[in-house]
Design a protein around this ligand. Structure first.
Ligand code: GLC
Length: 496
């Protein structure tokens, strides 16, 4: 057994307390561990696999740009480039009270947003964690659950006098999965992403399904607009920072939205929209390089993740970047080294062999461990996986986390660079509103994106700056609902 000298504890993002211990010596647990040199040799192998050179990044950017163009030109392309029917930027003067329902990758959120004009707002909200079972339940049952949660939220706000009884509030529905839209309050689910698999939903209009659930539970709310978290983020960020041109989500999933000239979207020419009008495009860029896998540097771990996922072949870009997968990439490497007899000889490794048991939050904690002995990493392995580690192993795990997360950030930079280059934003520079757990919580993620942008564009890359965006799925969705109401009241494209 390891001799222990003292103990400390750390608080995880989940609120859980994690005990960790200091040791008197590194290799005193009587277990066979790999030598420092051996770990360094292995690290070199993974460095070669996960490092993206600037030259390789530029090649990815060019292919990405072509996919974006193709998505605008024709319906049904790999990167679907969905016109959202959000016309132009908000004025900042939008006002009124709106409900927002956000069916995200991890949580369901219901909000009441009061827009006060001048870029100001108030929000109250409730959050519900979605179980893995709910994500696979029949679609209508999932929407029923959303309606029930909204009903409970409205009732409690009526009780506290915030919402008037008999008031039917307009609602913005943030449904962050690719939907083909014919108008703003319509969206046929193209495919589930982020591990969802609810039957009887793909190929159906999710607004019609949600309206059915709202009617069934007599919820006093009228769905005005369907938005994606990225579109909401684009609009909400611009509401408070008008320099914003692009919005990105780096969370459970990964995606971007930006504003396009209607005249530059060949596939919707027949709608008769003024070519100079601007429309927000939900890129759904997580799908880049899906099916063909010609452009992205996939390792064998990425291929295992893809092939064992509920959607093999799909969301190729997202699977290399988003929080849903990064922990799993690292876990697969650990398992490979266990199989090769390099790590944890003589220890029971069954816990770490469970798929998706290695949370991406662990990578984040590992990288931010401030102690020389890497106490946080001791804690993660002993507490969650019942495994003893040496300092050399912990340094190796931390270096691996860095490789995996840095590749994710650099690939994210490639996506941003493709939009920047397509839209010629480099000269004047632009602000990119970004949100999501990876962007907000992973240490150094934003800096690595910025470093990547400079590797792609040189000095000029410094003009593209990401910043922590405004809450798109709540505030953004409400602003979109307000903009839609104003547009339709003014008779502008009333059927879109
Ligand atoms: C997935 C979804 C997309 C969403 C993103 C971030 O890529 O398909 O709609 O914006 O995750 O949540």
């Amino acid at each position: 057994m390891a001799s222990r000298r003292g103990s400390t504890s750390v608080i995880l993002p989940s609120g859980q307390t994690l005990p960790s211990y200091t040791r008197s010596s590194e290799d005193d647990d009587g277990l066979p561990h790999a030598t420092k040199k051996k770990m360094a040799d292995h690290l070199r192998k993974y460095e070669a696999l996960f490092t993206l050179t600037p030259q390789r990044m530029r090649i990815v950017v060019e292919a990405f740009k072509e996919s974006l163009e193709l998505g605008l030109a024709k319906h049904g392309q790999v990167v679907p480039m969905i016109p959202t029917y959000v016309f132009g930027w908000p004025t900042g003067q939008e006002t009124g009270s709106y409900l927002a329902v956000d069916l995200g990758g991890t949580n369901l959120r219901v909000c009441l947003v009061t827009l006060q004009g001048d870029g100001k707002f108030e929000i109250t909200q409730s959050k519900y964690r979605l179980t893995e079972e709910q994500k696979q339940e029949d679609g209508q049952i999932l929407f029923d659950f959303c309606a029930e949660c909204l009903k409970a939220f409205i009732d409690s706000n009526i009780e506290s006098g915030v919402i008037e009884k008999d008031q039917v509030l307009p609602l913005g529905f943030t449904f962050s999965y690719p939907c083909a839209q014919e108008r703003i309050d319509h969206g046929v689910l193209i495919r589930w992403t982020k591990g969802f698999g609810s039957p009887n939903t793909e190929g159906h209009d999710v607004v019609a399904m949600f309206r059915k659930s709202l009617a069934k539970h007599s919820v006093p709310a009228e769905v005005v607009a369907l938005t994606c978290d990225t579109t909401g983020t684009l609009i909400a960020s611009h509401y408070v920072n008008p320099k914003t041109r692009i919005a990105c989500i780096f969370g459970t999933g990964c995606n971007a939205a930006y504003m396009e000239r209607a005249g530059d979207i060949p596939k919707i020419q027949e709608l008769g929209i003024d070519p100079n009008a601007e429309i927000a495009i939900n890129c759904e860029w997580g799908a880049f390089d899906s099916f063909e896998h010609e452009n992205l540097p996939r390792t064998k771990y990425d291929i295992i993740i893809d092939e064992t996922s509920n959607k093999p072949g799909e969301q190729a870009f997202e699977k290399l970047i988003s929080g849903r997968y990064l922990g799993e990439i690292l876990r697969l490497i650990i398992c490979e080294l266990i199989d090769e007899g390099v790590l944890f000889l003589g220890q029971n490794t069954y816990k770490v062999e469970i798929a998706y048991s290695f949370d991406t939050a662990f990578l984040s904690l590992m990288e931010s461990d401030p102690t020389d002995e890497l106490l946080m990493i001791i804690g993660i392995f002993s507490h969650f996986f019942a495994l003893e580690t040496t300092l050399a192993e912990r340094q190796f795990f931390r270096a691996l986390a860095k490789l995996v997360a840095r590749r994710a950030a650099r690939l994210s930079a490639c996506g941003i660079a493709a939009i920047v280059s397509k839209m010629n934003y480099l000269e004047d520079g632009c602000a990119v509103g970004a949100d999501g757990s990876l962007y907000n919580k992973y240490p150094g993620f934003a800096e690595r994106i910025h470093e990547g942008l400079q590797d792609i564009f040189g000095e000029k890359g410094k003009t593209i700056v990401t910043y922590h965006a405004e809450d798109g799925s709540g505030i953004g969705s409400a602003i979109v609902a307000a903009m839609t109401k104003a547009r339709r009241d003014a008779g502008l494209y009333p059927t879109l």
